[in-house]
Design a protein around this ligand. Structure first.
Ligand SMILES: [Zn+2]
Length: 292
């Protein structure tokens, strides 16, 4: 799932490749992906892409004042195509293609563009056409962006203060902090040497400062690594940069202990016991049930 660093990188990528180009057409194939009906997607035809911005995990293409807003969700991806002029017309069907954005041909006759695809059967990729991106419900509800200068230790202290939720859940909640998902919350907590089940309100001032440092550094470094990469190379880069997420059974880079996992109904978290939980494995209810 693309999180803040990958979406930030896609934002830069599209700024370089797509800004200044006129949209020929936006072909919506996966109709469930389009969450707005007025203005219609056809209204984007003929408009020029003038800017690209990121809001949390949302991509926002400004097209002469009309915005194409994209949320890639869990299994969605953006694929840049250098030349779509020979591409077959899209037909609604069972394939992964949800939306194709075709741009006007450049001087050498190539018509670039990009495609939004979504793997799997759960269709969560969301596309909005709106005059005001702040009207997209997920954007309107976003918490502060952790890469924004206003995200200070004091700001984080206000966020965690009195919050009785587990820190892992808090970090993933887009309404509390924008842009962090399952992978980077694992990474942040490993860097902060903190148990994912710790209750936010119990953090000391030192722990809040450590957590802040871990958030800013982990995301900042991931953005740095992803910067300048082509869209197609981002997934591999994300995977290779992760130190605990999806690495259960492998040794921790920091201490050599074996990385462990806690499974939930539709997700799992990974952590290092020595670095994060005083050497004690966290209870994995699903696993302990199986062992009984
Ligand atoms: Zn460790």
């Amino acid at each position: 799932m693309p999180e803040l660093p990958e979406v930030e990188s896609l934002t830069h990528f599209l700024r370089e490749r797509a800004v200044g180009h006129t949209i020929l057409a936006v072909d919506v194939v996966g109709f469930q992906a389009l969450k707005t009906f007025d203005p219609p997607a056809t209204a984007l035809g003929g408009l020029t892409i003038t800017g690209v911005a990121r809001h949390g995990k949302f991509l926002d293409l400004d097209c002469d004042g009309l915005h194409l807003v994209i949320h890639l969700a869990r299994a969605g991806w953006l694929r840049w195509r250098d030349d779509l002029s020979g591409a077959k017309p899209v037909r609604p069907g069972k394939g992964p293609l949800a939306v194709r954005v075709r741009l006007a041909p450049d001087d050498d006759g190539q018509a670039p563009g990009f495609e939004l695809t979504e793997a799997g059967t759960q269709k969560r990729l969301a596309v909005y056409v709106t005059r005001n991106p702040d009207e997209v419900p997920g954007i309107a509800a976003l918490g502060p962006d952790p890469l924004d200068p206003s995200f200070t230790v004091a700001a984080l202290k206000r966020i965690v203060g009195g919050n009785r939720t587990q820190i892992k859940g808090l970090l993933r909640d887009q309404k509390i902090i924008a842009g962090i998902g399952n992978a980077y919350s694992d990474e942040v907590l490993h860097a902060a040497r903190m148990s994912p089940f710790k209750i936010a309100a119990t953090l000391t001032d030192t722990q809040i400062a450590d957590l802040h440092e871990a958030i800013v550094t982990t995301l900042g470094e991931a953005v740095e690594r992803a910067h300048g990469l082509a869209a197609k190379d981002l997934k591999a880069e994300k995977k290779s940069g992760l130190r605990v997420h999806n690495r259960a059974g492998q040794p921790c880079d920091v201490c050599g202990d074996t990385i462990r996992e806690v499974s939930f109904a539709d997700s799992s978290l990974q952590y290092c016991p020595t670095c994060q939980t005083g050497g004690k494995p966290l209870a994995d209810r699903r696993l302990s049930r199986l062992l009984k």
